[in-house]
Design a protein. Structure first.
Length: 278
């Protein structure tokens, strides 16, 4: 894993040669620092301006890919050119619809999520450091504020639930102080990104993320994209790393200020012709 800025000149050369660029960006821990209350996560002004400049250029397509719900993501951005994939790719901005079978199948498993959600809410009702977030097609069990003396009990309860629901159509994935629970289908951020990347036919792709679910994007797109993890890790499939969200901001600001030389095949034109069919 190389520090991104060490290879910057090669990447810049590819960026300048390309005419339709796509950026897949995770949200928490990538565009915003991880905060104790996910509702308070905020994209700072410099980052937002860089994103707006990037998204507004015809030759770029900016896609936010997150475990958050689509509704939540859309409420945080005002630029109409930014596209969104929520719930780890189970929800997409309407004009990216036309989802493959596994993503549709996931929606059928939602009643099981509701059953588990009710049980988790009752179990953790009196745990102030733990809360369940209903994201329609997935659940997040956050424990960012769990006190140290409750860790053992918490993990025992998680093992109990995982065992109890092991034959059900749900899968548990551990992230940064969160358990993501979603339908057990062959669909994740990596599959979703592959799907959109194919539709857009871009000639430059950059992927940024910081957590375990982003590894699906890194591994599936490794030969087609510059994959960058926020925070160095020996276990990551990403080729590059950036140190933190300030480093991400520096990258997005730099890219947003580069002149666009090629406009013959623009991202927006592609969006109109390929994606906006409904
Ligand atoms: Mg993240």
């Amino acid at each position: 894993m190389k520090y991104f800025w060490r290879d910057w000149k090669n990447i810049l050369r590819d960026w300048e040669k390309s005419s339709c660029r796509i950026l897949f960006l995770d949200f928490d821990g990538t565009l915003t620092p991880i905060v104790n209350d996910p509702k308070k996560a905020h994209v700072n002004e410099g980052m937002a301006q860089a994103l707006n400049r990037l998204a507004s250029k015809k030759s770029n397509q900016t896609v936010i890919v997150s475990g958050r719900s689509l509704k939540d993501l859309r409420s945080r951005f005002s630029n109409r050119h930014v596209l969104f994939m929520g719930n780890h790719g189970l929800e997409m901005t309407p004009h990216m619809e036309g989802m493959p079978f596994p993503a549709k199948l996931a929606r059928k498993h939602v009643p099981f999520l509701r059953i588990l959600e009710r049980k988790l809410r009752i179990t953790f009702m009196f745990w102030p450091g733990v809360w369940v977030e209903d994201k329609k097609y997935s659940l997040s069990l956050h424990y960012r504020n769990l006190s140290k003396d409750q860790f053992t009990m918490f993990h025992e309860l998680i093992l109990f639930f995982q065992h109890k629901f092991k034959d059900g159509p749900l899968v548990w994935r551990h992230g940064k102080r969160v358990w993501e629970i979603r339908p057990r289908v062959d669909w994740d951020k990596g599959r979703a990104v592959q799907f959109v990347h194919k539709k857009l036919k871009s000639d430059f792709c950059l992927i940024l993320g910081d957590d375990t679910t982003d590894e699906d994007m890194f591994s599936r797109m490794r030969d087609k994209a510059y994959t960058i993890r926020v925070g160095r890790s020996k276990r990551s499939s990403a080729d590059y790393y950036l140190k933190n969200t300030q480093d991400v901001r520096a990258l997005l600001e730099t890219l947003s200020r580069l002149p666009s030389k090629h406009r013959s095949m623009s991202g927006h034109e592609l969006k109109e012709s390929v994606l906006c069919r409904n």
